[in-house]
Write a protein that binds this ligand. Structure first.
Ligand SMILES: [Zn+2]
Length: 421
């Protein structure tokens, strides 16, 4: 998808500026079997499947180190180590590699190890809890004083609350577009309880976070609730529902293109098949005219056979190009972030308005807030009778203040199938 895509960068307070040029982790499935370079070539092109395996191993707690020639040296988390019956191995993704190096295992798609990784990713998935710690020298007061950027309004006062840990959730999902040759994406979506709001996180960015294992001592907040055990199901389920709605909306242009492509290919295939069978029937009819009546019964049988085969081929083409999207959740990370709540008071043309937000003590920035109109996480608002983001300016929307805006319900077209876990 090259359409509008919310930018990654949670809590970095940088919603404006040029779009990030981060490379998308997307490749047609066929690309997983890119032919290998000649053995003389020092570097083999990374494949989508290779990247997936490396990401997956790392996110499960293993380590991966790239070796010359395209192989990786990896250590495995205990669960995977049990399945593979070893703690570490040299991963060989090259499907054309004839001789396995010492200590190596094939992880090409369809190999035993590749299948185990896929099975783990698609089956139980994984859930983990981590935390970020406050960076040294971050001055919450100074950040709060700088304020959340609101154009056409003036910051009058601010109040900084006690720092606390708040949770953001990373959902790791696999989006598969089916119909003919499948196309598959691994995406990571960050859920911010405010809103709730969602955005994509690129793997490079995720790797840049200095995450520590486990939640910190003391309370961790999910909205206004101390998350001692887990996000309660009655809150977690709507978040997942909203995420599917959001993902469907942002992926809509891509799904639409996929659907159109499937339909066009289907129509082309159908036209070809119809043309072929029409000609065959016509030939059959011409032959019948030339032959005696004695053969009539036999001729009808032949025609019926052709028609049956025609129907069968049409059904098969329709099934083959039936466009479907499948979304699978394979991992959840709950990340506790140190943040100080801030209440800002702005002087607007309509009088004083308050805005509640946070200062992120790990990143040392004012945390972004969801646009009350479109729900995107943004680093600045404009005052237009309500707070709006850059994109929502001039739409004549009388927005409400974010603190009062209700969580947005899932909307938009939902992929044909979805299954959490
Ligand atoms: Zn907006």
């Amino acid at each position: 998808m090259t359409g509008p895509r919310p930018r990654a960068g949670a809590g970095r307070g940088k919603a404006s500026g040029p779009p990030k040029a981060a490379k998308r982790r997307r490749a047609p499935m066929a690309a997983a079997a890119v032919p290998a370079a000649s053995p003389a070539g020092p570097e083999r092109a990374e494949t989508a499947f290779g990247r997936f395996v490396v990401d997956f191993l790392e996110v499960r707690g293993g380590t991966c180190q790239k070796l010359a020639g395209g192989d990786w040296q990896a250590t495995f988390d205990p669960g995977l180590a049990r399945r593979l019956r070893r703690q570490s191995a040299r991963l060989v993704f090259d499907p054309d590699c004839a001789i396995l190096p010492r200590g190596g295992i094939f992880v090409a798609p369809g190999s035993r190890a590749g299948l185990i990784v896929l099975e783990l990713a698609r089956g139980a998935g994984h859930v983990t809890r981590e935390r970020l710690e406050a960076a040294a020298g971050v001055d919450a007061g100074a950040l709060a004083k700088a304020g959340f950027v609101v154009h056409d309004a003036r910051l009058r006062s601010w109040e900084v609350g006690e720092p606390r840990h708040v949770v953001q959730i990373l959902f790791h999902v696999t989006l598969t577009l089916k119909g003919g040759g499948a196309e598959q994406d691994l995406r990571t979506v960050l859920a911010e309880p405010r809103g709730p709001a969602f955005e994509f996180v690129e793997p490079e960015e995720r790797r840049g976070w200095r995450l520590r294992d486990g939640f910190p001592e003391g309370p961790v907040w999910w909205g206004d609730r101390d998350l001692a055990q887990m996000v309660p199901a009655r809150e977690a389920i709507p978040v997942w529902g909203s995420l599917i709605g959001w993902l469907s909306r942002v992926q809509e242009p891509r799904l639409e293109r996929w659907r159109r492509r499937c339909e066009e290919t289907r129509e082309r295939d159908l036209a070809r098949i119809n043309g072929y069978f029409e000609t065959r029937l016509q030939e059959e009819e011409n032959r019948r005219r030339r032959r005696s009546e004695m053969h009539e019964e036999e001729d009808h049988a032949t025609e019926a056979e052709i028609k049956l085969e025609w129907e069968r081929r049409v059904r098969s083409v329709r099934a083959r190009w039936d466009a479907r999207a499948e979304l699978r959740l394979w991992g959840v990370e709950e990340i506790a972030r140190p943040r100080a709540p801030v209440t800002w008071t702005y002087e607007t043309r309509a009088g004083l308005r308050t805005l509640s937000g946070e200062v992120d003590l790990a990143d040392g920035v004012v945390a972004r807030l969801p646009c009350p109109v479109c729900g995107r996480l943004v680093g600045e608002y404009w005052w237009e009778g309500g707070f709006v983001c850059r994109r929502c300016r001039g739409r004549g929307v009388q927005a409400t203040e974010p603190a009062e805006s209700p969580p947005r319900a899932p909307a938009g077209r939902i992929p044909a199938r979805k299954r959490p876990g």
